[in-house]
Design a protein around this ligand. Structure first.
Ligand SMILES: NC(=O)c1ccc[n+]([C@@H]2O[C@H](COP(=O)([O-])OP(=O)(O)OC[C@H]3O[C@@H](n4cnc5c(N)ncnc54)[C@H](OP(=O)(O)O)[C@@H]3O)[C@@H](O)[C@H]2O)c1
Length: 231
């Protein structure tokens, strides 16, 4: 999968990592970048094609796949984080919302675009996951569950889309300097750096990109007697 001359579709491309991915795709020579957003008027990046898309809206998902029939790389980036203690009254409602966007959204987009990718020679899918696919912290059970579910889904997509020549890459990242982590006083990666690493991973055909030390550390710990998720 080469970025040069690729046609890239990115969800949640109006800000944060999605905007950085759009910028990185253009810099890498993509022929076209569809920047999808709930409010396409909020897209301020020159050179992209805005598309209206809420990933939880089935009609908009179908319309986007029909409208963007030349896509060769789908990037499922849109996501929400709503912290809630597991015993809070609204914890399950909060988790459901995160699953709708972070899990079912990825599924719906990939289902809609898989025939498009196949028709265009196979292409690739990049799914933006998290270090929290493998780790739950106080307040993140709903978010972590959605990212763990998306991890399982992404691995299933890789297995099933192989036959049509579509590669699937998982991106795991810890803290990035975006609106999602505003107010968190901790070292954060620059979204531009993460975007560049992610696209390099797609180009290399890698199944997984670990974008920072915390992701590498947590992944490495999983098969040890003291995995990070054990607390
Ligand atoms: N920031 C981090 O530290 C971090 C770490 C690991 C993984 N991630 C993941 O990285 C991805 C990008 O997050 P970010 O850090 O860039 O956060 P962000 O700045 O909060 O951006 C989130 C993006 O997702 C969009 N979005 C949310 N719900 C949507 C929906 N239903 N339909 C379409 N778009 C929707 C938002 O659009 P609106 O502007 O319309 O709200 C926005 O464009 C997410 O999947 C997130 O889980 C982030």
């Amino acid at each position: 999968m080469k970025l040069k001359n690729a046609v890239v579709f990115i969800t949640g491309a109006n800000r944060g990592l999605g905007r950085a991915l759009a910028q990185a795709a253009l810099a890498a020579g993509a022929a076209k970048v569809y920047a999808a957003a709930r409010d396409p008027a909020g897209i301020d990046l020159p050179g992209v094609v805005p598309v209206a898309l809420d990933v939880t809206d089935a009609a908009q998902v179908a319309a986007a796949a029909a409208q963007c029939a030349d896509v060769t790389l789908l990037i499922n980036n849109a996501g929400i984080l709503e912290g809630a203690p597991v015993l809070a009254d609204d914890a399950i409602a909060t988790a459901r919302r995160q699953l709708e966007t972070n899990f079912f959204g990825v599924w719906a987009l990939t289902q809609a675009f898989a025939p498009v990718l196949q028709a265009n020679g196979g292409g690739a899918v990049l799914n933006v996951l998290s270090v929290l696919s493998w780790l739950t912290m106080p307040g993140t059970a709903g978010y972590s569950a959605s990212k763990a579910a998306a991890w399982a889904l992404s691995n299933g997509l890789r297995a099933e889309l192989k036959a049509q020549g579509t590669r699937v890459t998982n991106l795991h990242v810890g803290y990035m300097d975006t609106d999602m982590t505003r107010g968190l006083d901790t070292p954060k990666s620059a979204p531009a750096d993460v975007a560049r690493l992610a696209l390099e991973g797609v180009e290399a055909g890698n199944f997984e990109v670990l974008a920072d030390d915390i992701s590498r550390h947590v992944k490495q710990s999983l098969s040890t007697p003291t995995p990070a998720y054990a607390g």
